[in-house]
Design a protein. Sequence first.
Length: 211
Amino acid sequence: MASEDRGRLTVVGSGKLNVAPDQAILQIGVVTEAKDVETAQSQNALLSKNVLSALYRIGISKDDIQTISYTIQPVYEFTEGASVLTGYRVQHIFEVTVKDLKNLGPVYEAVIAAGVNVAENIRFDVSNREVLYQEALQIAMKNATEKAMKLGYQIGVNVNLIPLKVTENSVSPSPRQFAYALSADTVSQSAPPIQRNKIEIEANLTAVFQY
């Protein structure tokens, strides 16, 4: 029988791994307000410097800290139907990667004590994501092969288990995000009670077999 006359079987394989996260990405920052923009900026710069110093002291590397936003906004007060400029608000947001989750609580305590008054969210992730994804991809291939074998048995044909074509369908997954809001009105010197769940690494593929 010529190859083009033989039948083809297309199946979808999936593989999943549930793993514990080993690092966290925090978004924290400092917001200051003053009547003039220069004062708001200088106050913010001082607090931001204190926050960075606190992070360095606790063992966070400079490579694991980056500024993700720095904004200056006018502040208005509405009086008798008119808006009056009363000052300026400056906000500096950092993204901090904590590579040892045992330090998560101490990091929060240290930065809050240093002047952090904004915390937007936490993302839990794994440092070896690509290695784990490749493992999930192998599971997906095994799953596709097993499906092809079972379908071939059900329809009474011998399936060549070396696939003609394999197409990876997976989309790179995002780290698990945990919303945690901290404002200047709710600042506490204690670390928040954060629970971390396992992260699911998933791979999907489409395989074409011949019989």
